[in-house]
Write a new protein. Structure first.
Lengths: 353, 296
């Protein structure tokens, strides 16, 4: 009967171990949240990694910390789903989110962000438009890229691109509905001044015309460059920053500044941030004219404060699309805020048929 | 006491060391050792999965079937469902056919050489899809190596479209899933008794007859398992179709990705995910049923 005793001993330890594990599991969240302190910690700003994060660190974050003493940590990958999970559970990892486009405005409508504090941030006097929750801090351009070695007389406006008699060739467009509808209407001859509100039916009709020439509807942004350089497409809808990077790497790519869509990148503060005020001050700092000028020089972005562009040296201005050029279109995010989901659905179905 | 003694002598562990371990096994049973894993899986897999199922019914404080109603009535979802099934099935089929050749070849190798070759088989599995998609463009593209070779051989301007369409998706996915399909087939080939093939040969069967009458039927459970695994994994992928597919190759997992990360509509995303899981379960349980029939 000695064996029975032994088994009892074994089961009782097992129970102890399990109950210990259970207690540990229950206690874990408290330990974790206890280690998360409040306002004295650095502001966490989530943005896109790589060379862009380096630029932001040098041009915005370092001078901000030097002036205010507020530390800022840069996190990688501004995923809106993660932001939503953080706000829903109240367990915030990020304070400031860097985002753009219809999905961001849609997220703002879902209540993921704090309202901008207009006592700290000046939301008027901007080239782009601020929304109650999203502050523009950078403008970049989306337009036509081509290989100058392969394409001798390239299409430089969207209307040119649609003209397959004069400018034949295969095209790469994006799988996102915003930007695509705008460029289709511009190609169809709508004047930039009368673009909004978008004539959606006309946009889809214009897309019908170009559909057979689109060799690839691109979902993953790196392909906008790689397919062009591999010769799979002759024209690519891509972004000026991507083209600048590719050129630096020695690839034969050019970006047309004759006509482009101007796209806004925004900063927003996550709802419930413990460092709300510091976050607002960071955003205010990022939009100051001198910081905007430095950002334009380092990243070839268009400054969001009016008058700054004119102060830039000529060589920087040469590669920047000008918001005052009547052929340029500043994409109006407000249009997309409540129509993004519905139009995206229609666009996806259009692609499938 | 007698049965316990029998158990002890029957188990190999009992034979190896008559010490503490067999006593633990006797008193606790083998099942006990599965407990930590079971608890772990319950906590980190089943509970979140139930959360997903709940999210598909429960939004803004009310229970609703709206997501499923949208799924049933939306052309977008029907197309995605059909694409998912057909791409999954084709991928499974092609992975199994290619995988069978590889597994058969491996099974006839000396063991040491086989170990090295298995590592080679696993290589595509460890390569990033972004890098691979770039390589596939160079290989399969309109200006790719294969098309250039075809043009040189035929002396014409022939271009076979192999990328940014359904073929591209299936090539890309099969390339990724062949390692998955090789291993189950290989293990079922290796577990076959060589004496059976010898016997068949002694009875006068040709090499082909040995393969089709002995080797292949005996490996069917492995073939089925690997085909299913490849299909089900293929049905859940979304990066490969978006990189190598055409505009009509949208899959259900692409929609899940969109509704989770861009639309932030987790109700719809969860509903699509639940449909996808049920589909996978249905296929797997049908196969389990067929498999028991086969092995009878």
């Amino acid at each position: 009967m000695k064996k029975v005793d032994q088994s009892r001993f074994l089961t009782s330890t097992r129970r102890q171990v399990l109950s210990g594990m259970g207690a540990g599991l229950l206690a874990a969240p408290f330990v974790l949240s206890a280690s998360k302190a409040g306002a004295a910690d650095p502001v966490v700003m989530v943005t896109f990694g790589g060379s862009f994060a380096d630029v932001v660190q040098k041009v915005i974050v370092d001078p901000f910390t030097k002036e205010t003493g507020i530390a800022v940590t840069i996190a990688n990958g501004p995923d809106l789903a993660k932001a939503k999970a953080q706000v829903q559970t109240g367990n915030l990892e990020w304070d400031v989110l860097d985002g753009s486009g219809g999905p961001l405005l849609n997220a703002a409508a879902e209540g993921l962000f704090e309202e901008l504090d207009t006592k700290i941030i000046k939301t008027s006097d901007l080239v782009a438009r601020a929304t109650p929750h999203c502050m523009p801090f950078l403008i970049y351009a989306g337009g036509i890229a081509y290989d100058p070695k392969r394409t001798m007389s390239p299409a430089k406006t969207f209307a040119d691109l649609w003209d397959d008699q004069k400018h034949p060739g295969k095209i790469g467009l994006r799988t996102r509905v915003s930007e695509t509808l705008e460029l289709a209407l511009l190609a169809d001859g709508v004047s930039p001044a009368n673009l909004y509100p978008l004539d959606v039916d006309r946009a889809f009709a214009a897309l019908d015309k170009v559909k057979p020439r689109v060799a690839k509807w691109i979902d993953q942004t790196p392909q906008t460059i790689s397919l062009l350089t591999a010769g799979e497409i002759d024209y690519s809808y891509t972004y000026n920053g991507r083209v600048a990077t590719a050129k630096k790497e020695g690839l034969s790519v050019d970006f047309s500044t004759d006509q482009a869509l101007l796209l806004t990148q925004y900063y927003s503060v996550l709802k419930g941030s413990k460092r709300r005020e510091q976050a607002m001050r960071y955003i205010e700092f990022a939009c100051r004219p001198d910081i905007q000028a430095n950002l334009a020089k380092a990243y070839a972005s268009v400054p969001v404060r009016p008058g700054v562009l004119e102060t830039l040296p000529d060589d920087v201005r040469a590669v920047l699309p000008s918001p005052t050029d009547p052929k340029m279109v500043l994409v109006k995010e407000e249009f997309w805020a409540d129509k993004f989901l519905q139009l995206d659905r229609r666009f996806k179905e259009w692609l499938l048929t | 006491m007698q049965t316990m003694h029998a158990l002890e002598t029957n188990t190999t562990i009992g034979k190896a060391h008559r010490g503490r371990i067999p006593i633990m096994i006797r008193t606790l049973g083998f099942g006990t050792f599965l407990l930590p894993l079971t608890v772990f899986m319950l906590l980190v897999f089943c509970v979140p999965l139930l959360g997903v199922a709940r999210a598909s019914f429960y939004t803004n404080g009310t229970w609703t079937l709206s997501a499923y109603r949208e799924f049933v009535s939306g052309a977008l979802f029907h197309r995605a469902l059909i694409n998912t099934l057909s791409i999954g099935f084709m991928t499974g089929l092609i992975s199994v056919i290619c995988g069978y050749f590889v597994a058969y070849h491996l099974s006839r190798m000396p063991q040491r050489k086989r170990r090295l070759y298995i590592i080679l088989v696993m290589l595509p599995f460890w390569t990033s899809i972004l890098v691979k998609s770039f390589a596939f463009t160079v290989l399969l593209g309109t200006n790719g190596i294969i098309n250039q070779a075809l043009q040189a051989i035929s002396g014409t301007n022939v271009v076979v479209p192999m990328i940014f369409n359904r073929a591209g998706v299936i090539i890309g996915m099969a390339h990724w899933l062949i390692p998955f399909s090789v291993l189950p087939i290989l293990s079922s080939l290796l577990s076959q008794d060589k004496a059976l093939r010898d016997a068949a040969e002694v009875m006068g069967a040709t090499g082909m007859q040995v393969f089709w009458k002995v080797t292949f039927p005996l490996s069917l459970p492995g073939v089925l398992a690997s085909g299913l695994m490849a299909s089900v994994i293929g049905m859940g992928s979304f990066v490969t179709p978006s990189l190598l597919g055409g505009r009509q190759d949208l899959m259900m997992a692409n929609l899940v990705d969109f509704y989770v990360r861009e639309a932030l509509d987790w109700r719809m995303a969860s509903a699509i995910a639940v449909v996808l899981i049920l589909l996978a379960l249905l296929i797997l349980s049908t196969a389990a049923f067929v498999r028991t029939r086969l092995s009878r």
